[in-house]
Design a protein around this ligand. Structure first.
Ligand code: 13P
Length: 288
C-alpha cells in the first residue's frame, strides 16, 4: 500500500474515540519494528521524522525512499503516513518535495500572526498535493532537537484562528512535555483541552510528549478529542535498556553475538513491545 495522508485515519479515530500513534523513527531498525507491529496488529500508524532524525538518516529523500520501499518489501497493508515532526518552514517544503505524505509546521514560537500567515500558505500547498498538515499553538514543553520549552498551555482563541485556516490536525499545548516527565509535573490540563475543543469543534487534536503519560490521562484526553498521540522517547529508552542488558550479559562476546543483526535484535524487539503497548492503550488495534 502506498503512503497515505493522515486525514482519513485521524477522522476515523476521532469518530471512533481512539487515537492513532505517531512513532518517531531514527533508522532502519526503528522503521521496520514499527511497520511490522502495525501490520501484525492491523493498526493504522504514523511514522514521525524530526528534522534532526532526517538529517541523521542523510536527508528526507533517503527517509522517504526507505519507508516506501520497506512498505512494499514487507507487504504492509495497513495505512501508513510519513510525517515531518515539528517542521520548520523550509523543512516543510523539503519534505513535500521528498515525497512525505504528511507534514507538521511548528510555528508555535512565532508571533501568532506570523504563525497564521505561514500556516495558511502551507494549507494551500498541502491541499493541492493531497498531504495532511499539522499546526501547533503554544509550545510543547521539554527538549526536542535542542529546543526547550516548559509545558505551556495554548490559548484557545489562537487555536481557533489556526484551526479555521483548514489544517488537518492541531497540536495544542496542554501542559505536555517532550521526554521524561519530571516528578513535580502537574499533569495534563484537561481544562485547557476542553476549552480548545470547544473552540475548534471537530478538528482532530494531537497530543505530543506521549512518553510516560499515565494511561487514565491518555484515555481522558482521547475522550476530549485527541486523535493522534506522539511517542518518541519511550521507544528510545526501551531500545537502550534492552541493548544495555545484551551487552552487560556479555552476549556480544559469545559466538557471533557481535553481528549487528544480533546486537540490535533485543532493542528492536523492545521497540515492538513498546509500540504494541501504546497501540493497546490508544485503542487503534484492529482499526486498519
Ligand atoms: P516524547 O519523546 O515525549 O514521547 O514526545 C514525542 C513527540 O511529541 C514528538 O513530537
Amino acid at each position: 500500500m502506498a503512503l497515505v495522508s493522515a486525514k482519513e485515519m485521524l477522522e476515523k479515530a476521532r469518530d471512533g474515540k481512539y487515537a492513532v500513534g505517531q512513532f518517531n523513527i531514527n533508522n532502519l531498525e526503528w522503521t521496520k519494528a514499527i511497520l511490522q507491529t502495525a501490520e501484525e496488529l492491523k493498526s493504522p500508524v504514523i511514522l514521525g521524522v524530526s528534522e534532526g532524525a532526517g538529517k541523521y538518516m542523510t536527508g528526507f529523500k533517503t527517509v522517504a525512499a526507505m519507508v516506501k520501499a520497506m512498505i512494499e518489501e514487507l507487504k504492509i497493508t495497513v495505512p501508513v503516513a510519513l510525517h515531518l515532526d515539528h517542521g520548520t518552514y523550509e523543512g516543510c517544503y523539503k519534505c513535500i518535495e521528498a515525497g512525505f505524505s504528511s507534514i507538521m509546521f511548528d510555528g508555535s514560537h512565532f508571533p501568532i500572526d506570523e504563525n497564521v500567515a505561514k500556516t495558511k500558505e502551507l494549507v494551500a500547498v498541502c491541499k493541492k498535493k493531497g498531504l495532511s498538515l499539522e499546526a501547533e499553538v503554544g509550545a510543547i514543553g521539554g527538549e526536542e532537537d535542542g529546543v526547550i520549552g516548559k509545558g505551556e498551555c495554548a490559548d484557545p482563541d489562537e487555536c481557533k484562528k489556526i484551526a479555521d485556516l483548514g489544517v488537518t490536525m492541531l497540536a495544542a499545548g496542554i501542559g505536555n512535555i517532550h521526554g521524561k516527565y519530571p516528578a513535580d509535573w502537574l499533569g495534563l490540563s484537561f481544562e485547557t483541552l476542553a476549552a480548545v475543543k470547544d473552540k475548534v469543534g471537530k478538528m482532530p487534536l494531537v497530543l505530543h510528549g506521549g512518553t510516560g503519560i499515565p494511561t487514565e490521562m491518555i484515555k481522558k484526553a482521547i475522550s476530549l478529542g485527541v486523535a493522534k498521540i506522539n511517542v518518541n522517547t519511550e521507544c528510545q529508552l526501551a531500545f537502550q535498556e534492552a541493548t544495555r542488558k545484551y551487552i552487560e550479559e556479555g552476549k556480544d562476546l559469545v559466538g557471533k553475538g557481535f553481528d549487528p543483526r544480533k546486537l540490535l535484535a533485543p532493542g528492536s524487539q523492545a521497540i515492538k513491545d513498546t509500540v504494541k503497548e501504546k497501540m493497546e492503550i490508544f485503542g487503534s488495534i484492529g482499526k486498519a
